[in-house]
Design a protein around this ligand. Structure first.
Ligand code: SF4
Ligand code: SF4
Ligand code: FES
Length: 252
């Protein structure tokens, strides 16, 4: 059975904005994105919202619902009481373009700073071999749909915009971890050092493993346990390795 819900939606642009109240029809089985689309169709045709797949796979419809970072298309209306106010606001960590649409270019800039996978030297494509456990580790990280909800949630940048220069956020530290743990990556052989990069360029030290990023990931990737903590352990291993310490002092 349908009912009328109370929606409070943020409307505005980079200059100014405010929460506006609406009564909108809700039908059985609908998600928040359906209701936002109905609002567009019936009351505010110029309401800006980004979406593509409506299936939790493109990562476009990220926003905050009642203060919690979520995908609009994967949040069922049935999780709210019929008399509950549903407040929809844009992601807080990124600049607003208009209404629910934010400028997420920070994430693409950080992605570009990560050296890509270096294929193994001396092995032809088709001859690469990996243990199943290493394949599965990469596959978990590759489920990422780049919704940036983890980036939006991480307090290091959510509460301190200035940290964005020095901290790439969980999604991209996870990418560095994936490559650092990849048994076939030969970046190190070409003089690169992903551990050093994680610490010095991507701000791994800012992460205090609160796991908030993991809690909001719609793909249920264990970002903190499987990527960030192992990466920190590798950096610490390197730091306390007496042979590496000796080598580094000689280089200095
Ligand atoms: S675990 Fe680290 S990256 Fe994730 S939210 Fe906490 S501080 Fe940010
Ligand atoms: S790791 Fe999860 S929360 Fe972060 S961008 Fe990827 S899918 Fe989204
Ligand atoms: S519209 Fe693609 S994830 Fe929501």
């Amino acid at each position: 059975m349908g009912y009328e819900a109370h929606f409070r939606v943020w409307r505005g642009d980079a200059g100014a904005g405010e929460l506006r109240d609406f009564r909108v029809e809700v039908n059985e089985g609908e998600v928040v994105l359906d209701v936002i689309h109905r609002l567009q169709a019936t009351q505010c045709p110029d309401l800006a919202v980004r979406w593509n797949c409506k299936a939790g796979k493109c990562g476009s419809c990220s926003a905050e619902i009642n203060g919690r970072p979520r995908l609009l298309c994967m949040t069922r209306m049935s999780v709210f009481a019929e008399d509950e106010t549903v407040t929809v606001t844009p992601m807080r960590s990124f600049p607003v373009v208009r209404d629910l649409v934010t400028d997420v270019s920070f994430n693409y800039e950080k992605a570009r700073e990560i050296p890509s996978f270096h294929p193994p030297t001396g092995t032809a494509p088709g001859e690469y071999r990996m243990r199943q456990v290493d394949v599965e580790r990469s596959q978990e990280f590759r489920k990422c749909i780049e919704c940036f909800l983890c980036q939006n949630t991480c307090h290091v940048i959510r509460d301190h915009d200035d940290n964005k220069r020095a901290f790439s956020g969980p999604r991209y530290l996870m990418r560095v971890a994936e490559l650092e743990m990849h048994p076939l990556d030969s970046h190190g052989e070409t003089g690169g050092d992903r551990r050093e990069l994680a610490q010095a360029e991507h701000g791994l030290g800012f992460c205090n493993i609160t796991k908030c990023c993991t809690e909001v990931c719609p793909e249920h990737i264990r970002i903190t346990d499987n990527a960030l903590i192992p990466l920190k352990e590798r950096v610490v291993d390197r730091h306390y390795d007496p042979l590496f310490g000796l080598f580094r002092r000689r280089k200095d």
